[in-house]
Design a protein around this ligand. Structure first.
Ligand code: FAD
Length: 472
């Protein structure tokens, strides 16, 4: 009898505990990926990540084929698809890796399968540590990051990663599979994802390459460099992690050799990886993190919504160069540097007074690394409504942030080429440049580059007044 291996956000053969356990049964394996109905807790799959998913499934299928097996693609509620495959193949066990964003859904699926006489074996591997293992002294989830990190360190290293098996024994007959092209995951017209493949290689091999680049660079200057969007100091592993093409434990252990040389950089990098775990811990604790304020005081916040402002933000036409550079980087590459994510999110929420949920939605649709925990937790962090969040009254000044973290304006010049010739002094505030400077640089405010859609000083006062009203 075969067993079923159900792939979800773990599209890899390396360090895949469900796969390792399934191989150990010495039974043939039916590998399946199911396109399920939308999960209301995590929201619809975004357009950018759908592009990634398509290519990642192609890569996984190729990899399974070189290991002697294949990938079966099916659509429908998971319990129905799994029961159907079990019925037609005689399989009686489903191996799966836990996906913490879908806890309650998975409990229901497990119950339905049990009723049908099918066992489900679930394994850990999505995070560095299982959320149940990191608890306060009184057994609750941590709501503040630093004690969470301290508790995580006490647990020691995450488990040793396991290598991919040499072969994955195939069943005598493969169950019927749908055509991936028929899933329409790729954009048609206009093909807004055309540029993505210039920057990314979805799939396990691409993830491995990114990890090797990181090791080759020795994580050099990560701690300082990670804040400067014009440099290439971070790993760019996030889209690979989002669909589980690489495990966080593999990344952790691969960086072990660097410990002696760049201790600070290494610790800082691991702390960022641990933020991902922390976000999942928050999501497990509060599954409505995407739709509801963690701090319900914010339920009374009087958000505004100006369609023109929102559109200008999405298109990178706000008149604030660092904001526009970030939003254009996002659109063209499916990625945005972390520092700039914070600046653009703060601008939407505080300068434009638009509900953070609109921003979360836009990022989810356009980010290749859109992650149900990290995206929602970080948006709530910027808004001030989250757990251990940055307070609402800490409002980023887009000009000063640009001058501090993109001091020569390289990042802005790259993504906002119409400002390329502006001198450094005005690159983050073209609106302050004298006419002759603008003329020399070929910039015509309102024509070649927008005038600011809001005055940051006034917008800041308005945001603080709205926040004060909330407290009162
Ligand atoms: P590195 O600096 O190399 O970090 C290594 C890994 O650590 C990342 O790949 C990521 O998995 C994790 N990590 C780093 N920073 C954070 C963080 N603040 N929170 C959680 N995990 C982190 N990250 C996502 O993966 N998906 C999202 O949807 C997402 N949305 C965000 C929305 C906003 C408003 C903000 C401010 C941040 C968001 N982040 C999100 C976090 C962060 O910006 C990205 O993880 C990071 O930029 C990815 O680049 P990297 O892989 O080069 O990171």
């Amino acid at each position: 009898k075969p067993v079923i291996l159900w792939f979800r956000r773990d599209l890899r053969l390396d360090d895949n505990h469900a796969l390792t356990a399934a191989v150990e049964t010495d039974r043939p394996m039916i590998c399946v990926y199911i396109r399920e109905p939308e999960n209301p807790d995590i929201g619809p799959l975004g357009g950018a990540q759908a592009w990634w998913l398509h290519h990642s499934l192609v890569a996984l299928r190729e990899s399974l084929r070189t290991h002697g097996n294949d990938l079966c693609l099916r659509t429908g509620p998971a319990e129905d698809v799994l029961q159907d495959i079990a019925r037609t193949s005689g399989a009686d066990i489903v191996f799966v890796n836990r996906a913490y964003e879908r806890n309650s859904m998975d409990r229901d699926i497990a119950l339905a399968l049990k009723d049908a006489g099918i066992a489900i074996r679930a394994f850990h591997g999505q995070l560095l540590h299982d959320p149940k293992t990191i608890r306060t002294g009184s057994g609750n989830a941590f709501k503040v990051y630093t004690p969470f990190w301290n508790a995580m360190q006490k647990l020691g290293e995450p488990g040793e990663p396991t290598d991919a098996p040499d072969t994955v024994m195939a069943p005598e007959t493969h169950p019927r599979s749908e055509s991936l092209d028929g899933w329409d995951l790729l954009p048609t017209k206009p093909n807004w994802a055309a540029g993505f493949s210039e920057f990314w290689t979805p799939g396990e091999a691409g993830a491995k390459e990114k990890l090797e680049d990181l090791i080759d660079a020795d994580l050099h200057d990560y701690k300082q460099g990670r804040d400067f969007p014009g440099t290439d100091a971070t790993s760019k592993l996030s889209p690979h992690l989002a669909l589980g093409e690489i495990s966080p434990a593999r990344i952790w252990h691969a960086t072990n050799g660097l410990a002696a040389r760049h201790k600070d950089d290494l610790v800082h990098f691991r702390k960022e990886l641990a933020w991902r775990d922390f976000c999942y811990n928050l999501l497990v604790e509060f599954p409505e993190l995407r739709t509801k304020n963690w701090d319900d005081k914010f339920d009374a916040f009087e958000w505004e919504f100006d369609t023109r402002d929102f559109t200008a933000w999405t298109k990178g036409l706000t008149g604030y160069p660092i904001v526009d550079a970030g939003m254009r980087e996002l659109w063209q590459t499916g990625y945005m540097h972390n520092r700039v994510r914070m600046i653009t999110a703060s601008f939407l929420i505080k300068d434009l007074l638009i509900d953070w949920r609109r921003g979360e939605e836009w990022f989810r649709d356009t980010l290749l690394d859109a992650d149900p925990a990290s995206n929602t937790a970080n948006w709530q962090w910027v808004a001030g409504s989250g757990a251990d969040a940055s307070p609402f009254f800490r409002i980023f000044n887009p000009i000063l942030q640009g001058e501090k973290f993109d001091p020569d304006g390289d990042y802005v010049r790259h993504w906002v080429p119409e400002l390329q010739k502006l001198p450094k002094k005005y690159i983050h505030k073209p609106f302050d440049a004298p006419d002759h400077v603008l003329a020399d640089a070929g910039v015509e405010p309102g024509k070649t580059y927008p005038k600011p859609i809001v005055n940051h000083g006034l917008a800041r006062d308005r945001a603080l007044a709205a926040y004060k009203g909330l407290k009162g």
